[in-house]
Design a binder for this molecule. Structure first.
Ligand SMILES: Nc1ncnc2c1ncn2[C@@H]1O[C@H](COP(=O)(O)OP(=O)(O)OP(=O)(O)O)[C@@H](O)[C@H]1O
Ligand SMILES: [Mg+2]
Length: 560
């Protein structure tokens, strides 16, 4: 145990009169003036007890008794610069801080204060000892320590891994540090302390929209290990030139997990973008596929090698005057089938009767915790449109749902974290973000609403949570909020069930890599500002190189 707070921390200020159990005004000491920042946490040593209260600095104010508006020296200040200099030399400005009191240190959840701090109570730096502060032992199994509490190097936020099952949302505008921070979190989750010096990794699948997580693959391939992860495998689409590089596989999916009705929906949605899907067309196609699957074909066979059987049956069922399928409906279905077959199967090679992303793969990575990166970057999925990516995500979500339902029935407890970058593209809020293909959304919603014992945890990353399906969003219970645009502040504050006002106000001005962390995983029990920790693995994808690229473009041109 480290030394007690009184001796390790120097006094930052003293409480002035008028404090309540929720708020106090303090005057800072000279030392305090140098190091106290707005947003920072401080301690208040409660008079007459050994207890420390924890408070957040909402506002700093600098005051001076001589420079008050309308005071006796107003005219002097107007007229004479010399007098101004004299006034400055005798005025002694001081700083006051508005402190929002969070609770009593030393117990999880930081309970409320029994009585307000007294005038003269000392404001101090927090001791860097998590058990003194939060009542949580540094070595507690199942706790990962995230970043640094804003203002304190070496004082991380304890996160309870057990509560990841209630899903996590990571929000913030572009460049605010979401992907870097999620990478950092994944590093922590690949080395969860189990006690006795042992660590374990949580199995994970990353839907990597921009290749932000490929550095982890690279490090695994070159060093052969990454935390306690067994493997890191990158999935690329079959036309990617990277498909035969080490620890890389082609992603091929089948539709056999889906019912004929779902397959029909997927195909018709693929054509229309999912916006207005025609019920008559879906049920007619459902009928065709159902008939043929009853005859022994798999859905995937029917949409790849055996497509002609589907065309023929469709033709048969729509021929003649009393045909069960109207010829116009048949024509629309035919055109949707054509497009699906041509693009998903022929052009991108995603659909296959020999899928590579299978139930056995999920069995394997949940038994031998591994990370799968579905690489949707331009290298990993060249020319693949969003709709095909949505189909892949729908498939993965459906497969996971199927597998985890089975595990549950079998009493086989397993866990997996599904990380989705650009979550609004897979679980769109169609009211204000009409990008189509809601089938992925439906399965993600199904997973999200399963409850915490199901075993699949979602980690959704989005620039615009307002564009994420509200059902899915409402199921997230831990939030890491980076800098957000002014228009989004209220939406986000509401989505996370309210934030203290002073924190809410800071959201639009957070520096890159600083975030508010709130919700179930945060064992402090109150939202706090945190500086994201340094990743062990670098983050090359997030960088832009405008100037360097221009330099290369111009090298050898100017003057020679
Ligand atoms: N805490 C940090 N420490 C060091 N560098 C950081 C930190 N956070 C972000 N960066 C760097 O800043 C850049 C932008 O961060 P990042 O890519 O994580 O933003 P983002 O919120 O994911 O943006 P987008 O929404 O556009 O994907 C990256 O180069 C990243 O490596
Ligand atoms: Mg990003």
């Amino acid at each position: 145990m480290r030394e007690k707070s009184e001796t390790t921390s120097r006094v930052l200020g003293v409480v002035l009169s008028g404090a309540t159990t929720k708020q106090a005004i303090a005057q800072l000491t000279e030392h305090g003036e140098k190091i106290v920042n707005e947003g920072m946490l401080v301690g208040i040593q409660l008079w007459g007890s050994e207890r420390l209260a924890i408070a957040r600095v909402e506002k700093l104010r600098i005051e001076s008794d001589i420079f008050k508006p309308g005071d006796a020296w107003s005219e002097l200040r107007r007229e004479s610069l010399d007098a101004l200099t004299m006034l400055e030399s005798v005025s002694s400005p001081y700083v006051t801080a508005v402190l929002n009191i969070i609770g009593l240190a030393g117990e999880p959840g930081l309970p409320p204060l029994p009585r307000p701090p007294k005038p003269g109570d000392k404001v101090v730096e927090l001791p860097r000892d998590p058990s003194l502060l939060f009542g949580i032992d540094e070595n507690r199994p199942g706790v990962i320590w995230y970043g640094d509490i804003y203002g304190y190097q070496g004082l991380p936020v304890p996160l309870d891994v057990e509560n990841i099952t209630m899903h996590v949302g990571v929000f913030g505008e572009t460049g605010s540090g979401k992907s870097y921070g999620v990478g950092y979190l994944l590093e922590l989750l690949s080395q969860i302390p189990l006690g006795n010096g042992k660590t374990a990794a949580l199995p994970m699948i990353v839907i990597d929209a921009n290749g932000d997580y490929l550095d982890y693959h690279h490090v695994f391939v070159t060093r052969g290990s990454l935390g306690a992860l067994h493997k890191v495998i990158r999935f690329v689409t079959p036309r990617s030139r990277l498909r035969s590089t080490p620890f890389t596989r082609e992603i091929k999916i089948s539709l056999d997990f889906f019912t004929p009705r779902e397959a029909a929906e997927i195909i018709m949605m693929y054509k229309t973008g999912g916006l207005d899907i025609n019920e008559m067309q879906v049920s007619a196609l459902d009928r065709v596929i159902s008939e043929l699957t009853e005859e022994g074909y798999t859905i995937t066979e029917l949409l790849t090698n055996e497509i002609n059987l589907v065309y023929e049956r469709l033709e048969e069922l729509s021929r003649g005057r009393d045909a069960p399928i109207h010829h116009q409906t048949a024509r629309a279905i035919r055109s949707a089938l054509d497009k699906f077959y041509r693009e998903v199967y022929k052009q991108h090679g995603i659909l296959s009767t020999e899928p590579t992303f299978t139930g056995e793969l999920i069995d394997d990575i949940t038994r031998n915790p591994s990370m799968l990166i579905v690489d949707f970057s331009a290298d990993g999925a060249p020319g693949v449109p969003l709709q095909v990516k949505q189909l892949i995500v729908a498939y993965i979500a459906r497969l996971l749902y199927e597998k985890f339902t089975r595990y549950k029935v079998d009493g086989d407890e397993r866990y997996l974290l599904l990380i989705i970058e650009e979550a609004q593209n897979y679980a769109p809020n169609l009211r204000n973000y009409p990008i189509g293909m809601s089938i992925a959304r439906d399965y993600l919603a199904l997973i999200a609403t399963q409850g915490r014992k199901f075993g699949i945890s979602l980690l959704l990353v989005s620039q615009r949570p307002a564009f994420v399906d509200p059902v899915v969003l409402s199921m997230t219970n831990t939030w890491i909020i980076h800098r957000v645009a002014p228009d989004d502040v209220h939406y986000i504050a509401r989505a996370v069930g309210g934030l203290p006002e002073d924190l809410e106000k800071r959201l639009t001005s957070l520096p890159r890599g600083v975030a508010v962390i709130a919700g179930q995983m945060n064992m402090i029990g109150h939202p706090v500002l945190v500086r994201v920790g340094k990743r062990k693995v670098s983050h090359r994808m997030g960088m832009t190189r405008v100037v360097e690229t221009l330099r290369r473009l111009y090298s050898g041109r100017n003057g020679d």
